[in-house]
Design a protein around this ligand. Sequence first.
Ligand code: PEP
Ligand code: MN
Length: 355
Amino acid sequence: MKIDFLAHNCYVIAGPCSAESKEQVLQTAEQITASKKVHALRAGVWKPRTRPGTFEGSGDKALPWLQEAQEKFKLPVTIEVAQPEHVEAALKHNINFFWIGARTTANPFSVQELAEVLKGVDCTVMVKNPIHPDLQLWIGAIERVKAVGVKNIAAIHRGFHTSTKNTFRNTPMWQIPIELKVQFPELPIICDPSHICGRRDLIFDVAQNALDLGMNGLMIESHINPDVALSDKNQQLTPSGLNELLGNLQVKEKSTANPVFNQQLTNIRTDIDKIDEEIVNLIKARLQLVEKIADEKREKHVTAFQLERYINILKTRGEWGNKQSLNKEFVEKLFQLIHEESIRTQIEILNKKSA
Ligand code: PEP
Ligand code: MN
């Protein structure tokens, strides 16, 4: 079956985290196709579990179940492959739509082994981002698959592991998939809000966010009875929950031909350009003051970094931001960056060899 990610406003892949039984696979496929909004069925066959001794997927015996679903519902089936044997087994069951999981993408040896077995195979491959926020590693895996001649490739954004706890199971770090799009504008990107969120109540907002950022599709986990799911039970939606979510999502237009709107946009952007130029000029003026400070510190042999001053800058700027109804964390982050450049400039001056 031909997979054309860009033929739809939003290419939707849905299905269980893991294929658990023939009935579960067929019932899920039947219920999610009822919405007519799902373009492919997903299911994990071999599961990369963090700890051994937990359910590691049904393995080869799940392949006939998926083949049956693919044929019965005319729905392409996609599975995760992590080893060459997975690809070989899947192809025997007419499954040629694969994704490379986050743990595998992180290992160039494994990706290369998979790429070798995909050489000359008529297939579609989606590459999930690696677990940690390393864009180059993600790009590297895509390049390895491309290099063996696979033509139909997409990326899957499933969020990134961070050591600090936050609302998400895997932090979206949206700037990373955006940077991927900047570097590879033709590459379709599918968002996997299920693995980003880790809990079903957050999935809608993340999915809508992904579409608003211009992502090309979604991969969402759905299980006929999430409470008894053998993996990822907290993040799987029932098929009716999935259908409701898909019905509520708004797929917006990339642009419009409306001349009034376009003129308004141009006008506002001209004003924004002026402000941005002022910001750059102000940053330059600020750095010139920093250079003066550095000259003084150099003379008196004083360190570039002054902890109290740094803490005070973040605190006061954060408060000023708050007063202006700006996001305090954003303002703090901005000044962290400005201060970092200030320290870099000062250290350069402090260590300059005298003429
Ligand atoms: C999955 O899709 O079920 C999966 C294991 O995903 P990831 O590789 O993103 O953790
Ligand atoms: Mn899962």
